[in-house]
Design a protein around this ligand. Structure first.
Ligand SMILES: [Zn+2]
Length: 141
């Protein structure tokens, strides 16, 4: 599918990879920042309603879930250790509390992770996204 995004002014485009990632993580269009990136919880819109960027070109696949699990594990490990050392909770209570906290964190991170990964792929010109102006791949005209 061709990438027929509308031309944008330089000020509307993100100035850095970090800015594009932040837009994607907030669920906004990484290219213009003016419209929603997601049509449902983790399904991106086909085209941006403001700039026309085609978001069907992404290939995030399972990476958002992997990233959300990785972050959840690294956040929950010290929490579990602290709960074990500083509280007198029963094993069942602690397991229920930890499972609920991990589930909330994991589900809460899934959409920002997917938005950031889509933004990363767009910024890097991966998977059918056109390379940004001024960035050409080696060997490409
Ligand atoms: Zn847009």
């Amino acid at each position: 599918m061709p990438d027929a995004a509308l031309p944008l002014s330089a000020s509307a485009l993100p100035h850095s990879l970090g800015a594009a990632l932040a837009r994607g993580a907030r669920g906004r269009c990484p290219r213009c920042g003016g419209a929603h990136l997601f049509a449902s919880f983790v399904r991106p819109v086909e085209r941006c309603g403001m700039c026309g960027q085609n978001w069907t070109l992404h290939a995030a696949d399972d990476f958002p879930a992997y990233l959300a699990i990785l972050i959840t594990g690294h956040v929950m490990a010290p929490v579990i250790i602290a709960l074990g050392l500083r509280t007198e909770l029963s094993l069942a209570t602690m397991m229920g509390l930890v499972a609920a906290m991990a589930l909330v964190l994991l589900v809460g991170l899934l959409r920002p992770a997917k938005g950031a990964i889509i933004a990363f792929q767009w910024w890097m010109g991966m998977h059918g996204f056109a390379p940004r102006p001024g960035r050409r791949e080696a060997g490409r005209p």
